[in-house]
Design a protein around this ligand. Structure first.
Ligand code: NCD
Length: 316
């Protein structure tokens, strides 16, 4: 594996190998000295053309815990805001000797462009490209499911696990990557969204889909329910009548929580719009694993960097 561009490009063995390595990284992260020498002398660049809190910082922490040198390159404050192209930026990073580039970009396909361009030799990790994909988010979500449901048995997939993905699916790279990876790992994915936000091509790849959250909750026993952020910044039209209406029909609130099986996990990739797709009762309930997702993000990204950049060296 040279790059990580799409969750769909991972086969079952590769995905499970990353999840298994994550178990070891989690052990490192529970130690007093959370550091491995694995990537000493390597340079990892965080190339972010879009805002991010969790993803950027967790990649930075992950690379540092593996002893890499980390350069944070955000579009604001760089020559990109003066009109430098992706090509010039990539060639500059190549000249600086970057071994790995983590890229987040508003354009779907940007990470693929960089990987296939020949402008740069580094391993490329897609940290979110437009509405297309966000493979490390899918890996950390799969890891969280395995951790909470299967006690992290090494080699284990997610066969038979029932996951609901709810909300603004049309604009969500998290939903796309999760659907692909969860299918590969044998889970059953249900997509639940207003008709305006549920692309038919994705519904066709799911185990099932619903236009009503209440009906889905009444008919299925979900092991996990993943709420998506309403991505207003990507909406060019009016997809639902009002925010109040969306919260009333599509929001995960205390009433709906009470109708779920008592052990259904509640997930959200963050950042949350509290009061819109999820309310405090759900987000802060004992079933919520939202902060575990964040913590697992560091371990999963360490595992990904290890697989791409460590060249088979031992984890000590
Ligand atoms: C997601 C993203 O940026 O795609 N957030 C994240 O990476 N944690 C989801 C979102 O922005 O809603």
């Amino acid at each position: 594996m040279k790059h990580l561009l799409s969750a769909g490009a991972l086969n079952r063995e590769q995905a499970i190998a990353i999840l298994d390595t994550t178990v070891q990284m989690e052990l490192v992260n529970s130690r007093d000295i959370k550091k491995l020498p694995t990537l000493r002398g390597k340079t990892v660049v965080n190339l972010f053309f879009e805002d991010s809190t969790r993803t950027r910082t967790s990649f930075e922490v992950a690379a540092k815990r593996l002893s890499a040198d980390v350069i944070n390159f955000t579009a604001k404050g760089s020559s990109v805001s003066k009109g430098e192209s992706l090509k010039d930026t990539a060639q500059t990073l190549q000249a600086m000797g970057a071994d790995g580039v983590i890229i987040r970009h508003p354009g779907s396909g940007a990470a693929h462009t960089l990987a296939e361009s020949g402008w740069i030799q580094a391993a490329i990790v897609n940290a979110g490209d437009g509405t297309h994909e966000h493979p490390t988010q899918a890996l950390l979500d799969a890891y969280t499911l395995r951790q909470k449901l299967r006690a992290n048995k090494l080699g284990s997939d997610l066969a038979g696990v029932k996951v609901a993905i709810v909300g603004d699916i049309a604009h969500s790279r998290v939903a796309r990557s999760n659907l692909l990876l969860l299918n590969t790992l044998g889970a059953e994915v249900y997509l639940i969204a207003p008709a305006t936000l549920l692309p038919g091509a994705l519904a066709a790849q799911a185990a099932g889909f619903y236009y009503s959250l209440d009906q889905a909750i009444a008919e299925q026993d979900f092991d996990a329910i993943m709420m998506l952020r309403v991505q207003s910044e990507r909406m060019t039209a009016s997809f639902f009548p009002s925010e109040r209406e969306y919260a009333r029909i599509w929001g995960l609130n205390g009433d709906r929580l009470a109708k779920l099986p008592s052990d259904t996990l509640i997930m959200h990739p963050g950042p949350m719009n509290r009061g819109l797709e999820i309310d405090a009762k759900a987000a802060d309930s004992v079933n919520s694993v939202i902060l575990a997702q964040v913590a697992n993000g560091v371990s999963v990204r360490m595992a990904v960097l290890y697989h791409l950049l460590a060249g088979g060296s031992e984890i000590e």
